[in-house]
Design a protein around this ligand. Structure first.
Ligand code: PLP
Length: 392
């Protein structure tokens, strides 16, 4: 079967981690994959998660199947997190990570939508893979302006105006991956108005809630879409904000015109999930529900989330300061304006290659730096190397 088949290319981001692991150089740094790291370079299990796991182990009495949509309590807690309260015209299913949520949504768009999805230029590379696998046609809208290192607002809104009814528009709720450039409240209002006027759907990728400004402030885009009354999906991931990467914990929420429509959406989300993975993995969802339903654990988790966000903000400031001090030919202030773990550094492919080959510093080919990979220990070395690459 495989003799005539060409090997698939390594994943652009996870493939980089594989290469990093094989690198035997001592002073190597991985700024590729989007995983949070503390100042020691570790991706810790949160204390709130450890405490919830202890409780779960004590009371869990079965490993029987989960319901296809996951537990109802989980769906309720997800809705409170993304909307601020329950929404009677929304239904939520528990999915294996944000990736699982995006794939279920993509299958539903292929079945019931216009089969065309619009993604930002640039976007997370796996969006394209997921939508292509579901048979959708992918089109792009302008988003990032490499010159200003900010939103290409004119190009963005002009493109949204032209998107026809029934097409779907993928929007990043906050911490845009890979650019770190987010929409303001007014810009979200404008997006919601255009969506309502033109009759297109939205799929909101919410992979970083709490990593931008705060848990609540990061909901602004979802809030505006909800107020506009359009139909949309929200794909949540708890990989980053609960640190549950390998537990594959996410959710897909369908917002419809009426509660009855939302129930119809739920029936199809379940039918799709049944085919793709049957029912969700239980452990991560139980952790999230246990934390969010308990006032004390919630308080602890929120403080841990605040800590992660503040650590990233400090790393951004330190990187901008370190590069400026080394006289790089670039205004680095954009690094502190961007939100989330990523900074679109403006490094070219050649510079990224130089950093990998000569300095054992791993960055995604697009120049996206995972700022959370910077530590006290490697910051000076990374700044020296980037400054050298930029001056070349
Ligand atoms: C923008 C974006 N969406 C979705 C995901 C998927 O998250 P998960 O690991 O929960 O599948 C990621 C993960 O990096 C992401 O960056």
């Amino acid at each position: 079967m495989w003799k005539e088949i060409e090997a698939a290319p390594a994943d652009a981001i996870l493939g980089l981690t594989e290469a990093f692991k094989k690198d035997t150089r001592f002073a190597k740094v991985n700024l590729g994959v989007g995983v949070y790291k503390d100042d020691e370079g570790n991706t810790p299990i949160l204390d709130s998660v450890k405490a919830a796991e202890k409780r779960i182990i004590e009371i869990q009495n079965t490993k029987s199947y989960m319901p296809i949509a996951g537990e109802a309590a989980y769906g309720e807690e997800v809705q409170k997190m993304i909307f601020g309260s329950l929404c009677d015209r929304a239904e939520t299913i528990h999915t294996p990570g944000g990736t699982g949520a995006l794939r279920v949504a993509a299958d539903l768009l292929a079945k019931f939508g216009s089969k065309t999805i619009w993604v930002s230029n640039p976007t997370w590379a796996n969006h394209n893979n997921i939508f292509q696998a579901a048979g959708l046609t992918i089109k792009t809208y302008p988003y990032y302006d490499a010159k200003t290192k900010d939103l290409d607002a004119d190009g963005f809104f002009a493109a949204l105006e032209k998107i026809p009814a029934d097409d779907c528009v993928l929007l990043h709720a906050c911490c845009h991956n890979p650019s770190g450039v987010d929409l303001s409240t007014d810009q979200w209002k404008q997006v919601a108005q255009i969506a309502q006027k033109n009759g297109w759907f939205a799929l909101v990728d919410f992979a970083y809630q709490g990593f931008g400004i705060s848990l609540d402030a990061d909901r602004i885009g979802v809030d505006e879409l909800l107020k506009s009354g359009i139909d949309f999906f929200v794909a949540s991931s708890f990989s980053k904000n609960f640190g549950l990467y390998r537990e594959r914990t996410g959710a897909l929420t369908a917002v419809a015109a009426t509660p009855a429509d939302a129930e119809t959406a739920m029936s199809h989300m379940k039918a799709t999930a049944r085919v793709l993975y049957s029912n969700p993995p239980a452990h991560g969802g139980m952790i999230v529900t246990t934390i969010l339903k308990d006032a004390e654990l919630s308080k602890l988790w929120k403080s841990e989330l605040d800590g992660m966000r503040e650590h990233i903000a400090q790393a951004r400031a330190a990187l901008a300061e370190g590069l400026t001090a080394r006289g790089v030919p670039m205004d680095c202030s954009f690094m502190t304006r961007q939100k989330g773990m990523f900074s679109f550094s403006g490094l070219t492919k050649d510079q990224v290659n130089f950093l990998k080959e000569e300095k054992a510093i791993y960055i995604v080919g697009s120049g996206r730096i995972n700022v959370a990979g910077l530590t006290h220990g490697n910051l000076g070395f990374v700044c020296d190397a980037i400054a050298e690459a930029m001056k070349k």
